[in-house]
Write a protein that binds this ligand. Structure first.
Ligand code: NAD
Length: 487
């Protein structure tokens, strides 16, 4: 079995404790992972804290930080094939997607490399003649980055990239499910030439995450995961009063009007719910379709769902691979069964596949006559689409917004004025119009409600890793006047 290592203070180690990682395609152990102890977490944070203050990082110009990030991006591009193979092997995410996504991850680092020396302070036109006042934008400190199993290289890039661009240091906790790509990433990072301790990569479960997010030396927690864990993160951050950014789940509406290009919308819906085996926070998991085209649209979707190639994640023609864990497969099975008991009609799929591996087929549940079904409310995080129909635009808006989440949404219509009305009315952090599941380092990404707070991607994300220092400089040589009056 392959042995992976932690990366703490610029050194690799197997750690005192280890656990086996299972291959989701067959359920067999394939690698041994280091499991961080509380002492390992403390060492990693201490290393990040020391690196934050050390002159070789704290004194480095922003331009030089950017150059290191460019070098990291080039190394990621150079080793993208290997990173993709590890992500596919350890998480079950299909090689078609991991190869494409990791090549694009390099561009996320390039975006933040370019941004490093464009994070500017400001000069204030202060209302006192003998004062110069300006604002310095300084790095916020040690960042705890915590990611879930799906798309770890991507979800960590939108944390590590802006954090390092801003001058912070990072302790990244990979998910205990499928950590191989992040531990391999650490090897690549190590070649880029950053000072030791600037990035530390560990893995482990809730105990490790809890220690990391509550650590007194952590200034910011950048978290991606589920809402229940986010509540723990907020409670943990009551210890250190760290700021938080929370990228959580979704139950995103995918709205199809009768005037939409149904073929194009059906392709987007397949991408929105079956790609990545539905393990996507932005999954368009609630199809909200106009009643007049519901049957025509469902017929297209059913045909596409049943034609999907299910297979081993490392085969280039596979379109839907296994879920990451047996627990995830079982949770999806339970929620599907509950929906059917609650009155949902199973259009296709509906039960896990027999045989080894954690496979669940593309599934469509028509909940038009089961509007109270849990499947319209709860996130599956799997390839299960819940369908509900509407008659009027107002009804479409009401259904779309009838969720405690607010991450993504899709809107399919050829009617320009309607599109604008809907864009305004939909409560979500992203509205995709006549497209779905498009991302870019340039565009902010995030939600509200149970989908969390803060934005990743774009300029604002880099600013969120800074804090403002106000500097007051008195220009007068005269003695300070009346010391008992505030200036
Ligand atoms: P999860 O919340 O169970 O775990 C996420 C991470 O938190 C893991 O690394 C885990 O070890 C860690 N963790 C667990 N307990 C902790 C604790 N008490 N303190 C600190 N850390 C702790 O999520 P998951 O089930 O692995 O991933 C699926 C969830 O992630 C879904 O809800 C999905 O929608 C969400 N997600 C969101 C986005 C986004 O950008 N909005 C992207 C991908 C996934």
């Amino acid at each position: 079995m392959q042995q992976f290592q932690h990366y703490i203070d610029g050194a690799f180690a197997e750690g005192a404790r280890q656990f086996e990682s299972l291959d989701p395609a067959n359920g067999q152990p394939w690698a041994r992972m280091p499991e961080a102890s509380v002492a390992d977490v403390d060492r990693a944070v201490a290393a990040a804290d020391a690196a934050f203050l050390a002159p070789d990082w704290a004194g480095m110009t922003a331009t030089a930080r950017g150059k290191l990030l460019y070098r990291l991006a080039d190394l990621i591009a150079e080793h993208a094939g290997r990173l993709a193979e590890f992500e596919t092997r350890d998480t079950g995410k299909i090689i078609r997607e991991t190869s494409a996504q990791i090549a694009y991850v390099a561009d996320f680092y390039r975006y933040y490399a370019g941004l490093a020396d464009k994070i500017e302070g400001a000069h204030l036109p202060i209302d006192k003649p003998d004062m110069e006042v300006w604002l310095r934008r300084e790095p916020i400190g040690v960042v705890a980055a915590i990611v879930p199993w799906n798309s770890q290289l991507f979800l960590s890039a939108v944390k590590i990239g802006p954090a390092l661009a801003a001058g912070c240091t990072v302790v990244l906790k990979a998910s205990e499910d499928g950590p191989a790509p992040m531990l391999e990433f650490a090897r690549i990072f190590d070649q880029a030439g950053f000072p030791k301790g600037v990035l530390n990569v560990i893995t482990g479960g809730p105990e490790v995450g809890a220690r990391l997010s509550s650590h007194p030396k952590v200034a910011h927690v950048a978290f991606t995961g589920g809402p229940e864990t986010a509540r723990h993160i907020l409670r943990n951050s009551a210890e250190n009063l760290a700021s938080t950014s929370l990228e959580l789940g979704g139950k995103s509406p995918f709205i199809v009007f009768e005037d939409a290009d149904l073929d194009s919308a059906a392709n987007a819906q397949v991408s929105g719910i079956f790609a990545a085996t539905g393990q996507s926070c932005v999954a368009g998991s609630r199809l909200v379709v106009q009643a007049s085209v519901k049957e025509a649209f469902l017929a297209r979707l059913k045909a596409k769902a049943e034609a999907v190639v299910i297979g081993p994640p490392d085969a280039m023609d596979t379109e839907v691979g296994p879920l990451c864990t047996a627990g995830q497969r079982d949770a999806i099975t339970d929620l599907t069964n509950r929906a059917i008991v609650q009155g949902a009609r199973c259009v296709t799929g509906g039960a896990p596949l027999e045989g080894p591996g954690y496979y669940f087929p593309p599934t469509i549940l028509d909940c038009s006559d089961a509007r109270a079904a849990d499947s319209l409310v709860e996130e599956f995080f799997g390839p299960v689409l819940s369908v509900v129909s509407f008659e009027t635009e107002a009804e479409a808006i009401a259904i779309a917004n009838d969720t405690r989440y607010g991450l993504a949404s899709g809107l399919f219509t050829q009617n320009l004025t309607r599109a604008h009305r809907m864009i305004r009315a939909i409560r979500a952090g992203i509205v995709w119009v006549n497209t779905y599941r498009a991302v870019s380092p340039i565009a902010p990404f995030g939600g509200h409600g149970l989908s969390g707070h803060g934005r990743e991607g774009g300029l604002q994300a880099a600013l969120d890793y800074t804090k403002i220092k106000s500097v007051w400089l008195r220009t007068s040589d005269e003695p300070i006047p009346d010391p008992f009056v505030m200036r």
